[in-house]
Write a protein that binds this ligand. Structure first.
Ligand code: XMP
Length: 424
């Protein structure tokens, strides 16, 4: 695939959403060819929706072709398939279409163990589907919800003072299927997109939605994916989202806390990951980690195993962060341990040992999968700290009741860095 000619809006967000909207609308008008049309893949999330709204403002909406790909990896949201919900949101958009490409995505991702290979399989199908839409409508230009951190984490370099090596292949950065691409959000981060989204009149439940990655649930299923594991992940993710929102609603009257001045939403992200329960019996790393953890918590009963599946992380190498892809530690602690110590373990174990993250077991069952509950606080996704809620116990009970084949339900206690927010 040839490289797209990309034009990116590069001015930083200066705090005034109306000015940002005016400036990006002028930017779009400057770079859109006078009679050309544009294809915008929309995921249902805020970034691509804001992109769509900016184009709709800048040019005749009949020249804008929003499309949603049903990859089969989209979420269940309170029991509803996400593509159905996206279709409802865009029902008044003149050229909107949903493309069912589930079988093609399964074919290019099932049976692959390595995270980057899986990502490439997903990305290849994603681009092929968009190329077909471009050809069908004879369009060469595209845009999507690419934001600043996506670019920084894919290409390396620096973003807001943090030095980054190449972290992962973001599906929407580089290798674009378009001949030319116009990126109005390339200079801003998630919290800023939310502020712009509100100014554009996007309803709060949408502008404040938690981020959802382009490769969707495929990057929350470490190891080989098949239909059963994917269905378990969909169900588990819906239960975790619902449970965390319930906690915040009871405590604060809303499913999240939102700071309208900074654009920060707490929690930033919360979801389930589904991995194989297989343990790597071949090395003594689990024992070594167990000894180290005992040194931190004293005389508690601790057991640590190293899982066979690997997950992504980021660690400093030659003064910059580089991507890591290492196994996860499953830790069982008998008795109460203060959450600050649990967080300290999550932070230091991946720094001291060749592992990507620490998962603290909170419920035991029997079966081929482990489910990890991950909730994080973050401003811009470049760093994140784990949130550990008492409510996780109730969520774990529901997961055990509702999901078949669960060996262990655990809480991911690792910050970013040294882990990443997603698993792959
Ligand atoms: P990580 O896992 O790198 O994620 O800490 C940082 C933020 O980016 C989202 N994310 C992605 N978004 N394509 C996307 O569009 C991707 O490949 C991708 N990977 C991670 C993630 O959900 C988090 O908000």
């Amino acid at each position: 695939m040839s490289q797209a000619h990309v034009v990116s809006y590069s001015e930083p967000f200066k705090g005034n959403a109306d000015n940002f909207i005016d400036d990006t609308v002028s930017f779009i008008r400057k770079y859109m060819s006078p009679r050309g049309n544009i294809v915008i893949p929309v995921s249902g999330g805020i970034d691509s929706r804001v992109t769509y709204e900016l184009f709709k403002k800048a040019i005749d909406p009949r020249r804008v072709f929003p499309m949603h790909i049903d990859t089969g990896y989209m979420r269940l949201i309170r029991g509803f398939e996400e593509p159905e919900l996206v279709a409802k949101t865009f029902k008044s958009a003149p050229n909107f279409e949903v493309i069912n490409a589930r079988d093609r995505f399964y074919k290019s991702t099932f049976g692959i163990e390595d995270a980057e290979e899986k990502r490439k399989g997903y990305q290849g199908t994603y681009n092929a589907v968009i190329t077909e839409v471009l050809e069908k409508h004879n369009i060469v230009t595209g845009s999507d919800g690419t934001i600043g951190p996506d670019i920084a984490e894919t290409k390396g370099g620096e973003y807001k003072g943090v030095k980054l090596g190449k972290l992962k292949t973001q599906h929407n950065v580089g290798n674009d299927p378009f001949e030319e691409k116009i990126e109005p959000l390339a200079s801003i981060s998630k919290d800023e997109v939310r502020i712009v989204g509100r100014a554009l009149g996007i309803p709060e439940e949408l502008s404040n939605r938690q981020p959802f990655p382009g490769p969707a649930l495929s990057i929350r299923i470490p190891g080989i994916i098949d239909t059963d594991k994917l269905n378990t992940e969909k169900r588990a993710n819906d239960i975790v989202e619902k449970g965390v929102e319930y906690h915040f609603k009871r405590k604060y009257g809303k499913p999240y806390i939102y700071d309208s001045r900074t654009g920060e939403r707490i929690p930033f992200q919360y979801f389930a990951a589904t991995m194989d329960s297989s343990i790597d019996e071949s090395n003594s790393l689990g024992e070594e980690v167990g000894e180290y953890v005992k040194g931190l918590v004293g005389r508690k009963l601790i057991h640590c195993d190293v899982l066979k599946n690997k997950a992504t992380g980021m660690k400093v190498k030659d003064d910059r962060f580089e991507r890591t892809y290492e196994p996860m530690v499953l830790m069982t602690v008998t008795g109460e341990v203060d959450s600050t110590i649990i967080k300290h373990i999550g932070e230091t174990v991946p720094e001291e040992f060749p592992v990507s993250r620490v998962l603290q077991e909170i419920k035991i069952g029997q079966g081929p999968y482990n489910i990890s509950i991950r909730a994080v606080k973050s401003r811009n996704a470049l760093s994140a700290s784990p949130i550990i809620l008492p409510r996780f116990e109730g969520i774990a009970r529901e997961l055990k009741r509702e999901c078949v084949g669960i060996n262990s339900i655990c809480v991911d206690t690792t910050p970013k860095p040294p882990a990443t927010i997603e698993y792959e």
